[in-house]
Design a protein around this ligand. Structure first.
Ligand SMILES: Cc1cc2nc3c(=O)[nH]c(=O)nc-3n(C[C@H](O)[C@H](O)[C@H](O)COP(=O)(O)OP(=O)(O)OC[C@H]3O[C@@H](n4cnc5c(N)ncnc54)[C@H](O)[C@@H]3O)c2cc1C
Length: 288
């Protein structure tokens, strides 16, 4: 039995006023696929039956918008909605790939992108792509609204940088025209399992396809937060894009990654797999 009090405002203004009043004694509830597991198992602060701020009665928080330069996603948008969105399919294909293997259909029907971001797990499937895109998170309080880069928003495993009276009200993903985007994760099986190592790549080839004009590489589950493989990015941007360069990049990303050993895998395997997965994506780009 849950003994939590649940407040269900019907407007963002009301939700922000409640958060302002209760500050750290209330927790936002979107799809509940993370929150309710923690409440049920009485984990951490959730063991003290905190008040829940249910956002699901605010339909205005459910939107996917395309602007000239960005895709904007509201905090109630579920993984299933993203999978079915022509805007996301067209502009963020790597996110589609990441979301399609989250949990199970039931989890994807309830779980939201914002919940995945705010949970801040280094193994969360959406985060590698969001880091590769330099995504921004909009945080609102009763009298302020600001955009924060995702790498500043997530500060550690399960830790986010948000004022005690703040709510996330939008995820803003910049459009990248002409880029090739991909996401691969390794896990024990492709349903209801947690990432062992993951990689997202966003790459822009030069017109004659001889060089990388830009490349962003993010790694998941190899550090306390998602990390960008910046040395490998520089190597790939500074040289002709050849099979030989791919081999060098595979070695460099293995050197660059600093994973740990845990219950799901050991650091040697994780390190080796960063090279394998990067090589797989780069060869796919080279062959097109
Ligand atoms: C069986 C199972 C399988 C799973 N498989 C995967 C998987 O394969 N890959 C994966 O990445 N994840 C997985 N998850 C985790 C989870 O489903 C996702 O992280 C999901 O996206 C969370 O979204 P939610 O809307 O349910 O979040 P909630 O549970 O509602 O909230 C998650 C966190 O975000 C906070 N929050 C929510 N909205 C806001 C807001 N607007 N402002 C501030 N804070 C907010 C909550 O307070 C809470 O701390 C799985 C979970 C389960 C139970």
């Amino acid at each position: 039995m849950y003994s939590n009090e649940i407040l269900s405002p019907t407007s963002l203004k009301e939700a922000l006023a409640i958060k302002d009043q209760y500050v750290n004694d209330i927790f936002p509830l979107a799809g509940g696929t993370d929150v309710l597991v923690m409440v049920r198992n009485k984990l951490g602060v959730w063991g003290e039956s905190p008040v829940l701020l249910n956002l699901n009665n605010i339909p205005k928080l459910n939107f996917i918008l395309e602007t000239d330069s960005n895709i904007e996603i509201g905090p109630l948008v579920t993984h299933t909605q993203l999978l079915e969105s022509p805007i996301i399919q067209k502009h963020v294909p790597a996110l589609i790939k990441a979301i399609s293997i989250i949990g199970s259909p039931q989890i994807r029907n309830l779980g939201t992108l914002t919940g995945n971001v705010c949970r801040a797990s280094p193994a969360a499937d959406t985060l590698a792509t969001l880091y590769a895109r330099d995504t921004q998170v909009q945080i609102q309080t009763v009298n302020n609204s600001k955009l924060v880069p995702i790498k500043e928003f997530i500060t550690g495993p399960g830790q986010i940088n948000i004022p005690e009276n703040g709510l996330v009200t939008k995820i803003v993903i910049p459009k990248l025209e002409g880029y090739f985007g991909d996401y691969i994760s390794l896990r024990q099986r492709y349903a209801l399992s947690i990432v062992v190592v993951s990689i997202a790549v966003e790459a822009l080839l030069s017109k004659d396809r001889s060089r990388m004009d830009d490349i962003r590489i993010s790694l998941g589950a190899v550090a306390p937060t998602i990390v960008r493989a910046t040395k490998t990015e520089i190597l790939l941007k500074s040289n002709a894009f050849t099979k030989n360069l791919i081999e060098k990049a595979e070695k460099m990303i293995i050197e660059e990654s600093r994973p740990i050993t845990d219950i799901r895998s050991n650091k040697r395997y994780r390190k080796a797999m960063t090279g394998v997965l990067l090589g797989r994506i780069l060869r796919e780009i080279l062959s097109h």
